[in-house]
Design a protein around this ligand. Structure first.
Ligand code: LMR
Length: 415
């Protein structure tokens, strides 16, 4: 009976926003969820999104069901954005017949289907692993985004952790990471954050990515990328996709989940994709058919609105270039508060503590190194809401609040 159902704990990330709403203190600050805010700490709808929506209204687009795999125009542009338009794996093969090139068949080596943003796309990939790789293990970084574990648990896919964060250097434990990937059973799935690692903000260097790819290839593992911040970490769509492209260029099979929540600010539209790169076009066709089969009983077919926005923005040169400017603006604002927070901490801290790790981290977040008790102090005493792993979302910080936040962090460190 329902009577026997126990109370679930609040979500470690989304639950923070609920607690923030209930607080009435005037200095309260929500640095929990990774959602971009303006300098006035208000949500931001991108101008290109409004323009795309106007275009959609003018056209009078209908609300018919999408196919199970989603909007074709979206699936095309999302794969192009990820892999690069000239990438061999998404180009149609041309066969030379006499003097003219004839496109004989579509030889996409990637199965791309629209997903319910990052989470829904990861969940679909997890279902594919559960069904077609029984007993396979997924290795996730320690730490990782809180929802990764939920996703694999619910899909009944085994997971274990590889070392990633080194608290002594507040940097990457590269040797630990490599050793753990080497020690995993051959043919494991290795979950990697394409850029702007969540929650640490610490990414491997391009040289380290090469070594990671070497080890994954040697072990016959399958890389599984979570790309939630393309364009948002560095401000460049290409730079932020370089890790994925490096693996794809080696001809490896891989899984890549994408989200447009952050880079297009489409949080509530739940728009993203899962891309499965296969070694042949034939395999990609079969994988796609199975992804559709998995999606149908889960949610039938995906929502259209966000997919149309993405297709309109990416597919229209004018809007595309405007989008890149807006993304740079958002990434730039985050970089500037990162710098200001760092300066405030250096000025206020009297013990000579080195805060330079804040500047080395990239993306929306900073991993402060605050433990649970210290994070509790941030919230209970200073009304600064954050996740209990010590992560703060700099996207929710304004210049005006940097000094206050620095006071809160210093007080909590010495607590
Ligand atoms: C975050 O990490 O804050 C975001 O990705 C939001 C979420 O769904 O957890």
């Amino acid at each position: 009976r329902f009577e026997n159902i126990t109370m679930a704990p609040p979500d470690p990330i989304l639950g923070v926003s609920e607690a923030f709403k209930a607080d009435t203190h005037e200095m309260k600050l929500n640095l929990g969820v990774g959602a971009y805010r303006t300098e006035d700490l208000q949500p931001y709808v991108l101008n290109v999104v409004k323009k795309a929506e106007n275009l959609m209204l003018e056209r009078g687009d209908n609300k018919e069901y999408l196919p199970i795999e989603g909007l074709a125009a979206f699936n095309k542009v999302t794969a192009e954005l990820l892999f690069g338009t000239d990438n061999q794996i998404i180009l149609q093969k041309k066969k030379r017949k006499s003097v003219i090139d004839v496109c004989v068949f579509c030889s996409l080596k990637v199965a791309t289907i629209q997903g319910l943003s990052g989470t829904g796309s990861l969940r679909l990939a997890a279902a594919l692993i559960e069904r077609y790789f029984p007993g396979a293990k997924v290795l996730i970084s320690s730490p990782t985004w809180g929802n990764h574990k939920n996703i694999f648990n619910d899909a009944r896919v085994q997971w274990s952790e590889y070392r990633y964060y080194d608290p002594n250097t507040v940097g990457l434990d590269f040797n630990g990471m490599i050793a753990d990937i080497k020690a995993a059973p051959d043919g494991s799935f290795i979950l990697l954050h394409g850029c702007a690692h969540n929650p640490t903000g610490i990414d491997p260097t391009p040289e380290q990515w090469e070594i990671i790819a070497d080890v994954i290839q040697e072990k016959n593992h399958i890389p599984f990328f979570d790309v939630a911040y393309q364009g948002f970490a560095s401000g460049s769509l290409d730079t932020d996709a370089s890790s994925v492209r490096l693996f794809a260029a080696r001809g490896m099979e891989l899984l890549v989940a994408q989200s447009y929540s952050k880079n297009l600010g489409l949080y509530a539209e739940r728009i993203g994709a899962i891309n499965v790169v296969c070694s042949t076009a034939d395999a990609a066709t079969r994988v796609k058919s199975q992804l559709k089969r998995l999606a149908r009983p889960m949610y039938s077919n995906p929502p259209v609105h966000g997919a149309r926005i993405v297709a309109n923005v990416v597919g229209n040169p004018e809007l595309f270039s405007e989008w890149k400017d807006e993304m740079e603006m958002m990434a730039g604002r985050i970089k500037s508060v990162r710098q200001k927070l760092y300066s405030s901490l250096c000025t206020k801290e009297k013990t000579g503590k080195d805060w330079s790790f804040i500047l080395k981290q990239i993306g929306m977040f900073s991993f402060t190194g605050l433990n649970k008790a210290q994070s509790d102090n941030m919230t209970n005493k200073w009304h600064v809401y954050m996740t209990k792993d010590g992560r703060i979302s700099l996207a929710g910080l304004s210049s005006a609040k940097c000094e206050y936040l620095a006071d809160a962090i210093i007080d909590s460190y010495h607590n």
